[in-house]
Write a protein that binds this ligand. Sequence first.
Ligand SMILES: Nc1ncnc2c1ncn2[C@@H]1O[C@H](COP(=O)(O)OP(=O)(O)OP(=O)(O)O)[C@@H](O)[C@H]1O
Ligand SMILES: [Mg+2]
Length: 272
Amino acid sequence: MTDRVPPTTEAGAPDLPDTHGTPAAPPGQGHATGADSTAAETDRGGALIELTDLRKIYQMGDQQVHALAGVNLELGRGEFWAIMGASGSGKSTMLNVLGCLDRPTSGRYRLEGQDVAELDDDALSEFRLRHLGFIFQSFNLIPQLTVRENIELPLFYLGWEADRSAAHAAKIAERVGLGDRIEHRPNELSGGQQQRVAVARSLANDPPVLLADEPTGNLDTATSGQIMALLKELNQQGKTIIMVTHERDIAAHAQHHMHMRDGIVDRIVRDA
Ligand SMILES: Nc1ncnc2c1ncn2[C@@H]1O[C@H](COP(=O)(O)OP(=O)(O)OP(=O)(O)O)[C@@H](O)[C@H]1O
Ligand SMILES: [Mg+2]
């Protein structure tokens, strides 16, 4: 399966620079929503992510594909997971459901105490924007936008005021080692640098969870190592990371491994 483009980029390239209008969230209160406070109240002591008999069935003509065939799982805050398994075993489907890019056919998915099935499409987009960051194999940057503008995308959708957003993006670019590339466009960057932009974009709104589908799949070994070191550092700083990978040496950077087979989680190895 190909990567799914996150909704933040589906709308194409918005006019980022001129967003001095009324921001959706006043500065300093970007995280305050009803959904968040509800989640915080119901989440105390619980797992960050709870999956209960989660299923995703695709209808292909008169055939049904059970891409997720009943997954039960609890993932804790601050953990770093690698999802492994053969091609077609359901890894990307799992990540897309975890990322609220796709709704499960049945079963329950709770993230930070919020049952995502209870959210309508608008609320789900908002929830995704605040809780989840995405990193894809093919980077999924918008070519017409600069590094800074790509990083600003989630903030744009959250209605951040332009100057604050630009300053914040510059700070995050520094953090991923791209401080001197901020006004470049993606095609002026190496693959590793482009993936750093994608990591920076995933961090823009400081979501607790980062989801990565084969984040080093298009990178050479040395560059892959640098991206993994960056993800590891982010994990040590508190981010929960869930990463799909085919490669054992890439999975070795994660704390826990989950092996999938035919849409189920076949085996879990904690502290791998
Ligand atoms: N949109 C879709 N429509 C129909 N079937 C799908 C769809 N997406 C995935 N599938 C099927 O669901 C199963 C799981 O696919 P998925 O993409 O999750 O596998 P994967 O483990 O990520 O594989 P790969 O390692 O090749 O990326 C496969 O049989 C696939 O053909
Ligand atoms: Mg896949």
